[in-house]
Design a protein around this ligand. Structure first.
Ligand code: GLN
Length: 729
């Protein structure tokens, strides 16, 4: 029987990349499936509209009467668009989105069939949630979980080939109120940051009443022909290739980055973009990324909560649309060894309701000082809680990516660019005890005039930095491509909230002692710069010198997830999260537990896939070729040829036999190691065991398998090769 690999290779030629989707203006479709803007006005009474807007802006609870009206408006809108079902749409800790559809259809007591959707159904639902990760928060016998409407993220309609569903973004909490999803803590972190930042803004501008966190993510991904992906059980089961000999040509010619987009990928992009536009996801850019078959898309930045929802939604849409194009989209951080992995760089900033981006250098001395305040506080926050930033991006898949191929290392540092680095030094050197308001120069530092220099730093930005300032925002580059941005954003906004609260307390303290406000701010900023400057790093994050230097500076370099997660449950983290109200202690421990379990399960699945592939795919190919060689060697000898004539074949046969042995032994040893690890009851210890005792087998098995791939007759190799996966489309 022909192997799937060769069927897939044959099938490739028949792929049609014609573009059939919407080709008109984006504005014609943008937001057409979202209950927002004009349609909300159209379908709601003035009263309901006002109370909804108020709830969106200030997080106030909606009166029951209002939610009835809103539900009825939403239903009318959705039904006009052909929707039959609705669902609460949420983001449990599985890493994917969740939906459970209910129809509008109902039967009344007298048998009348009606379509209904009331306020209760809008506001709260009780999905049977026993099977979501909960880290011990709920026993299965009391597994009730609630989804509750988040009015700040608009409802939308998901279109599938056979129907349309009204989706209501919700948070997901346990019966006892603990959060079980990504969104609930994120909303709390954003509220904490808002309050703390407004208080600090008011030093400079009394009119500021709200500060919103903003996020612009960049989604990197790979595209592989579906037929070929189907012939790689590792890609299907784990999202990455666990074996694969390096292709002769990889990314060394640097010819893919920003190159002409291949027709098939382009058709796919256009198609998912249109779907995204309908959902109000403001995609703006698309391009080829560095690795062959790697691409990126990015939207215009949005309010964090919405941006997070949009990214989760887009990942779903990308998966679905890929099917139509007979493609498989890989969102894994490192689908292919040896070439670039995929990140989801999170561009983060904060902006005021007076229209000021707090991380953009201002035009006047006053706004400059405000910029400097938020800039330095961010650096201080990252310095003080670098371990939590590391934990926020920890996942088994991101572990493969960090530290190579333009992905930052595990050491958390901040890149400011030379100009601002010098400004910080200047503040440090000039703001001393004698510093007073006479020192005009420093208070009136004209950062705005230096924007060209800032921009230069920005374009020259450091690709090895996990957290880089890029002119008017920070780019958290360490976030992985498959991650839910909420993890990174919850941490960042929480640590920002806490740092700003402490900052304000210090400044107020100085003011109470009679210090002038600007001087008090400057002095506190100087202190913060001194306290946190060891986190600043402008050089090559991959270099050995940096590893050594970072160690000298006392910066952590935690390379693996199980240990990186320790940071979540330290007394310092507990204090941070309880003080800011983002997690209570129970929730924190549950989350830690969930992430450890997730680690174990994912590494366990990989180990199984590697064992399976080695045993029933790789070794049989090698043995079959070995049989041919042996037959040939015997045949040559039988016709009277001497040892010399079979020399090369004997060498090849010996090598193949050796690789077969090593693989087989290691698969066996890995299974034994798993049995030991599986008996451990402590999740942390189990995760560490999986990381340190089981994962090392992956590399050994892979090494020998890749050698076999090189030696064995190409026709006998069942798994599509890197050169095919990466270059044929
Ligand atoms: N050019 C780039 O920004 C590459 C980034 C890289 N793919 C990463 O893993 O983050």
């Amino acid at each position: 029987m022909q192997s799937l690999r060769f069927k897939a290779l044959e099938g490739l030629a028949g792929v049609d990349s014609t573009l059939t989707e919407h080709n008109g203006k984006i504005t014609e479709v943008f937001g057409s499936n979202v209950f927002t803007g004009k349609v909300v006005r159209e379908y709601l009474s003035d009263e309901a509209y006002k109370s909804l807007m108020n709830s969106v802006k200030n997080g106030t609870k909606l009166e029951r009467k209002m939610s009835e009206q809103i539900a009825s408006g939403m239903k009318a809108w959705a039904m006009k668009k052909g929707v039959t079902h609705y669902t609460h749409w949420f983001q449990p800790l599985t890493g994917t989105t969740a939906e459970k559809h209910d129809s509008f259809f109902t039967l009344k007591g007298d048998g009348t069939a009606l379509e209904t959707f009331d306020g209760d159904a809008l506001v709260q639902q009780e999905p049977d949630a026993s099977s979501f990760p909960n880290g011990g928060l709920r026993a299965t016998f009391e597994a009730r979980g609630y989804t509750a409407w988040d009015p700040s993220s608009p409802a939308f309609i998901l279109e599938q080939a056979y129907g349309k569903t009204l989706c209501i973004p919700t948070i997901f909490v346990s019966y006892t109120g603990e959060s079980l999803d990504y969104k609930a803590p994120l909303l709390k972190a954003l509220a904490a940051m808002d309050k703390a930042a407004v208080d600090v803004c008011n030093y400079f501008d009394k009119n500021v009443t709200k500060v919103t966190g903003t996020l612009g993510w960049e989604q990197e991904y790979f595209l592989v022909d579906e037929g070929m992906a189907n012939a790689r059980p590792d890609l299907i089961m784990t999202g990455r290739t666990v074996v694969g000999h390096a292709p002769s040509k990889g990314q060394q010619l640097e010819d893919h980055y920003f190159g002409a987009i291949p027709e098939r990928a382009y058709a796919y992009m256009r198609d998912f973009e249109v779907e995204a536009y309908k959902l109000g996801i403001p995609l703006r850019t698309r391009h080829n990324e560095v690795a062959p078959s790697q691409f990126e898309c990015a939207p215009i930045f949005e309010e964090i909560n919405i941006a997070v929802d949009h990214n989760s939604l887009l990942m779903d849409v990308m998966n679905k649309v890929a099917k139509r194009h007979k493609l498989k989209v890989l969102l894994h951080e490192k689908p292919f060894a040896g070439i670039n992995g995929s990140g989801k760089h999170n561009n983060w900033s904060m902006s005021t309701d007076t229209g000021v981006n707090l991380l953009a250098p201002g035009k006047t001395p006053k706004t400059n000082l405000m910029f400097l305040t938020f800039f330095v506080n961010t650096i201080k926050a990252v310095h003080d809680y670098a371990d939590l930033m590391r934990a926020a991006i920890a996942s088994p898949s991101n572990d493969f990516r960090l530290g190579a191929n333009e992905a930052p290392p595990a050491i958390i540092s901040v890149f400011t660019g030379k100009y601002l680095f010098d400004v910080l030094q200047e503040v440090k050197n000039r703001v001393n005890n004698k510093f007073d308001e006479q020192d005009e120069a420093i208070l009136k530092m004209d950062l705005h005039r230096h924007i060209p220099e800032l921009m230069l730093d920005n374009t020259d930005r450091n690709r090895t930095s996990p957290f880089a300032f890029t002119g008017n925002k920070f780019e958290f580059r360490a976030v992985g491509s498959s991650a839910n941005c909420a993890s990174a954003m919850t941490v960042l906004n929480t640590i920002m909230a806490k740092t700003l609260v402490d900052f304000k307390a210090e400044v107020d303290g100085l003011i109470e002692k009679g210090e002038k406000k600007e001087i008090a701010i400057m002095q506190t900023l100087r202190k913060y710069i001194v306290d946190s400057e060891k986190i600043l790093f402008e050089g090559d994050g991959y270099s050995e010198e940096w590893e050594k230097e970072a160690e000298k500076r006392g910066l952590a370099n935690v390379k693996t997830t199980p240990k990186a997660l320790d940071a979540m449950v330290t007394p310092k983290a507990t204090q941070l999260y309880t003080e800011t109200g983002v997690y209570n202690e129970k929730e924190l421990h549950a989350r830690h537990e969930i992430l450890l379990e997730d680690y174990v399960k994912k590494v366990q699945i990989e180990a199984r896939v590697i064992g399976d592939l080695a045993t029933n795919t790789i070794l049989p190919s090698a043995i079959s070729y070995l049989n041919e060689l042996v037959a040939n060697i015997n045949g040559l000898k039988a016709i009277g040829l001497g040892d010399d004539s079979v020399k090369a074949q004997k060498q090849i046969a010996a090598k193949i036999a050796e690789h077969i042995n090593v693989i087989s032994e290691n698969v066996q040893a890995m299974i034994e190691a798993r049995k030991v690890a599986n008996k451990l009851t402590d999740s942390r210890q189990k995760a560490i065991d999986y990381c340190e005792k089981i994962k090392p087998y992956f590399d050994v098995i892979r090494y020998h398998s890749d050698k076999l791939e090189f030696l064995v007759d190409d026709k006998k190799w069942a798994l599509p090769k890197y050169r095919e996966l990466l270059f044929l489309r």
